[in-house]
Design a protein around this ligand. Structure first.
Ligand SMILES: C[S@@+](CC[C@H](N)C(=O)[O-])C[C@H]1O[C@@H](n2cnc3c(N)ncnc32)[C@H](O)[C@@H]1O
Length: 234
């Protein structure tokens, strides 16, 4: 699924590192699963959490309720759904809201002036292609701070990245890093995608990547940033 901050293009690099020492039946958990662009490439016991209610309602309907989403949503319907969300089922609002500019929640109807691109067809095909890969996934919709985590899990975190303006996104990054320390000390293997981390975290992988949009960092101009993976050094 096209999703703001998707890690699809890094999955090939990241997953061999994250899953290197995975034991049989060891749980793989993502507290910030978003567009499921990493977890759809993992097998075994998997838990996908995200606090976005409409997004998770959409995944629930697709994976567990066999929902066949619409293949076309007109601009008029898009706008009506955007401004009257309570009148529609949450899973439909989720499906429509994320087919917007940059995969960003209701950021504007995507239309191709030359009529060459069928954005709704692409959205439909991307998502329905993913669904079989998500079979058996355990879904959860809460803040990462409220998660109950099976013992000795592998936790891959892809949180909203820290933007240059502190806390304007409402995500407390200090609290997040503290939570990562606690989970590591509790015996989980914790991996974090970010550009930067506090000094007691070690970078285990990095790659230059062009950023267009990153989650909650839209005030940054497109540039090359170092995409990194961290673990707690302890
Ligand atoms: C960078 S995106 C994850 C993208 C995903 N890895 C992918 O490849 O599609 C970050 C996600 O964190 C979620 N999020 C933000 N704050 C959260 C919180 N406190 N608890 C759980 N999820 C949260 C957002 O809804 C968003 O889906």
């Amino acid at each position: 699924m096209k999703y703001m901050g998707s890690k699809a293009r890094f999955a090939k690099d990241l997953l061999p590192i994250i899953l290197k020492d995975r034991k049989e039946n060891q749980t793989y958990l993502e507290p910030f699963a978003g567009g499921m662009n990493m977890i759809d490439k993992v097998d075994g016991v998997r838990i996908a959490n995200d606090q976005h209610q409409e997004l998770m309602a959409m995944w629930q309907a697709l994976i567990n309720d066999n929902w066949d989403p619409p293949q076309l949503v007109t601009e008029e319907d898009y706008k009506h759904i955007k401004y009257n969300q309570k009148e529609y089922p949450k899973h439909l609002v989720g499906y429509v809201g994320f087919n917007s500019f940059g995969g960003k929640w209701f950021a504007g109807y995507r239309r191709d002036k030359e009529g060459k691109r069928d954005y709704w067809g692409e959205h439909y095909r991307n998502i329905t292609k993913q669904v079989p890969k998500l079979e058996g996934l355990i879904l959860s919709c809460k803040s990462y701070t409220d998660l109950e985590i099976p013992k000795q899990s592998i936790i891959y975190c892809d949180p909203p990245y820290a933007s240059t303006t502190k806390y304007r996104d409402g995500f407390d990054h200090n609290q997040f890093w503290e939570w990562c320390r606690q989970q590591s000390e509790a015996g989980h293997q914790v991996f974090i995608s970010e550009y930067n981390a506090p000094e007691d975290f070690e970078c285990v992988w990095e790659k230059p990547a062009k950023t267009t949009f990153s989650w909650h960092a839209e005030n940054l101009a497109p540039k090359v940033a170092l995409e990194r993976l961290f673990v707690f050094r302890g």
